[in-house]
Ligand binder design. Structure first.
Ligand code: 2BA
Length: 108
């Protein structure tokens, strides 16, 4: 069993989660924040069998778009830490995906 942890753009998260759910996957959405831009993104947790990981990747690839994102002047925490050093635009996404081995899953 694997845990797929996918960090995606907020704008893609609903459609990606919906496509995963429609394909029979169990999905949890977490509201997260990127440490570099200090803007919100979404982390999807998908627990699945080893042989289904490729299907998860394909669905994410289909629905998560690469964007050029401006560093926000409102990202006050990040900017105050890095003031003057943030690039004006960075390429973000489609999805940053980690695949972790899962020892055991229990629903109690
Ligand atoms: P952020 O940390 O806000 O990063 C947004 C984008 O800024 C990144 O896009 C990348 O293009 C750039 N970036 C991030 N850190 C950088 C650095 N130290 N130096 C130069 N450029 C940097 P993505 O790579 O597509 O990442 C999108 C989001 O995925 C990230 O948002 C972060 O929340 C997450 N992420 C990406 N790689 C990660 C990793 N290795 N570990 C944990 N989270 C990661």
């Amino acid at each position: 069993m694997k845990l797929v942890l996918a960090i995606v753009n907020n704008d893609d998260s609903a459609v990606a989660a919906s496509a995963l759910t429609s394909a029979g996957f169990f999905v949890t959405r977490l509201s997260t924040t990127g440490g570099f831009l200090m803007v919100g993104n979404t982390t999807l947790l998908i627990g699945t069998e080893d042989e289904s990981v490729n299907e998860v990747m394909e669905i994410l690839h289909r629905h998560c778009v690469t964007r050029t994102q401006k560093s926000s002047p409102n990202a006050s925490f990040g900017q105050s830490l890095n003031h003057g050093s943030l690039p004006k635009e960075v390429k973000v996404g489609g999805a940053t995906v980690f695949v972790l081995n899962v020892e055991e899953v229990k629903k109690l």
